[in-house]
Design a binder for this molecule. Structure first.
Ligand SMILES: C[S@@+](CC[C@H](N)C(=O)[O-])C[C@H]1O[C@@H](n2cnc3c(N)ncnc32)[C@H](O)[C@@H]1O
Length: 181
């Protein structure tokens, strides 16, 4: 299955390069008793798979995969039976998630560039409220013009660029960098 035929909902012209996926998985550690992860736009599970593969000790995960595309949801359910696959827009995450301890990781690869800066800001402010003190937000995107809004709402973050076509960026926000003072 390719993302390109659904360009206007996926925002993707190609599969995310493996080294970009690996870099995202490198950000994830399984320190908690039960690591809580929300993945926005899980698609065909490329990031999901890399994270599951990294969990070699088989620790229990609270993994919520949000995806609006029906075919992708079916694929995720079939290939990752331990996941909570939610056919729902990530913008409604607060209405859908059951009450559970705060998140260790919020990982997004949705096409944020499709949305207005006001909506992105409001959304990411809400995500911050659901993070553990040492939680992380990891955002994958290709639209470089998103950088200012991301930096504004998620200060003290690190960005890494990948010289691919199109160029990919990974933006990593560590909550404890912002709450320690
Ligand atoms: C660029 S693809 C990323 C797929 C995969 N995670 C990867 O990195 O290769 C973006 C995915 O986000 C999904 N998506 C777009 N808007 C969404 C939303 N508001 N909520 C949840 N998923 C969304 C699309 O259906 C698509 O599968």
């Amino acid at each position: 299955m390719s993302y390109l035929p659904k360009l206007f909902s996926t925002g993707a012209i190609r599969k995310t390069p493996d080294r970009v996926i690996t870099k995202i998985a490198d950000e994830v550690e399984f320190f908690s008793e039960k690591t809580s992860i929300v993945e926005a736009g899980a698609g065909l599970g490329e990031i999901t798979n890399a994270i599951q593969q990294k969990n070699i000790s088989g620790k229990k995960l609270n993994y919520y995969a949000f995806e609006i595309d029906e075919d992708s949801c079916d694929h995720l359910k079939e290939n990752f039976p331990s996941l909570n696959v939610l056919k729902e827009s990530i913008f409604n995450f607060e209405d859908v998630l059951p009450p559970f301890s705060k998140l260790d990781y919020f990982i997004s690869s949705i096409p944020l560039s499709f949305y207005k800066n006001e909506l992105i800001t409001e959304f990411l402010e809400k995500v911050k409220l659901h993070l553990k003190d040492d939680g992380k937000i990891i955002i994958l995107f290709t639209a470089a013009w998103l950088m200012p809004v991301l930096k504004k709402v998620l200060p003290n973050s690190q960005t890494e660029g990948f010289l691919t076509f199109p160029p990919y960026f990974i933006f990593v926000y560590n909550h404890n960098e912002n709450i320690k003072n």
